[in-house]
Ligand binder design. Structure first.
Ligand code: SF4
Ligand code: MG
Length: 334
């Protein structure tokens, strides 16, 4: 199917100010030249450690933040060059679900007003019509609509996340960014919410950018997965292929850290050295090189570009795993 979203060379830099004159002394390169496409009707899982730029990328894609450079095309039109009228129109098609449903739901608003707010802002529906739609939406996300005159704190964490989802789908959007939407929930509640999102996707033809910390969370819901490291896209691939044979050493390290229900003695744990470096001062060459167990001399000198090296598999690494002339898992200990 066609691409709904095309992210082209997006950069988002945050200036670092210093001293009495508040001079700009550098930039935090939160997102540094990222290009991805998201197909209509798919879920693109976006994964990486805190500070890798995944939330920033999600916000720039929705133009909740401006871009330092690059373009984000929605149905072929760059949303970063739209005027406010065009943008307001397209906002109805793009929504976001946040991590903390408590923090993102106004505690002084009744649930019916929270869910109905986008309808009030973007449509000319009467109070009665909005109430009818709120009931419909609550039922669609598995909430008891007779509780719509209550406040968010009267609902559990999972139910609050459903309130956030009901609000996000109120205007029949095409595209939803779920930013750590299930990260604060218990594992069992996580899978309920993920199943709800998958059901809604099917019924409404939604396209998702599903952002999470860990690869285990995105596996079930994602058609394709992108792994970010320090503002760069390290690897993109079809979910099953990427999990079965990661090409980027960082992806392999993230996968090897997922605990398995039945311990596999053959599975090799890749232990990363040190912490994620500061995006204000990223390492030269491959940003992952100080922590990569497979790094070679070239890695600290030449930046690897994201390239399609197998059909549907993109990787930014000079020595990808498991390919001719690449890195070999057997070469590291344990
Ligand atoms: Fe490791 Fe080099 Fe590949 Fe970077 S380019 S991930 S340092 S092997
Ligand atoms: Mg985040």
């Amino acid at each position: 199917s066609k691409n709904l979203i095309e992210v082209e060379h997006i950069k988002k830099y945050f200036p670092i100010h210093k001293g009495l004159l508040n001079r700009v002394v550098g930039n935090v390169k939160a997102v540094d030249d990222v290009s991805i496409s998201i197909r209509e009707g798919e879920t693109f899982g976006l994964v990486g450690e805190s500070g890798c730029g995944k939330s920033t990328l999600g916000r720039v894609i929705l133009r909740l933040q401006s871009a330092t450079g690059g373009a984000v095309k929605f149905n072929g039109r760059d949303i970063h060059s739209m005027n406010s009228r065009e943008l307001n129109k397209i906002r109805e098609e793009m929504q976001i679900i946040f991590q903390d449903p408590f923090g993102s739901l106004n505690p002084r608003f009744l649930v019916k007003d929270i869910i109905g707010e986008p309808l009030k802002v973007h449509t000319k529906q009467s109070a009665q019509e909005i109430d009818k739609r709120v009931v419909e939406l609550m039922e669609l996300v598995g909430l008891d609509a007779t509780r719509r005159n209550r406040y968010p704190h009267e609902f559990s964490g999972g139910q609050r996340q459903r309130i956030g989802i009901a609000r996000a789908i109120a205007l029949n959007p095409k595209f939803i960014v779920a930013d750590e939407a299930v990260s604060a929930l218990d594992v069992s509640v996580q899978s309920q919410v993920i199943n709800l999102l998958m059901k809604l996707q099917k019924e409404m033809g939604l396209t998702f950018l599903f952002i999470a910390h860990g690869l285990n969370v995105v596996r079930h819901i994602s058609d394709r997965v992108g792994v970010m490291y320090l503002g760069k896209m390290a690897e993109v691939g079809e979910t099953e292929a990427l999990y079965a044979s990661p090409l980027h050493p960082y992806t392999a390290a993230l996968l090897s850290a997922i605990p398995e229900p039945t311990p596999n003695r053959k599975k090799k744990r890749i232990v990363l050295q040190g912490d994620v470096p500061s995006p204000a001062n990223p390492p030269s060459g491959c940003r992952f090189h100080p922590r990569c167990p497979f790094a070679q001399a070239k890695c600290s000198q030449v930046e690897p570009l994201l390239e399609e090296i197998l059909p549907g598999r993109q990787v930014a690494c000079h020595f990808p795993l498991g390919v001719e002339g690449g890195s070999d898992l057997a070469s590291i200990g344990r």
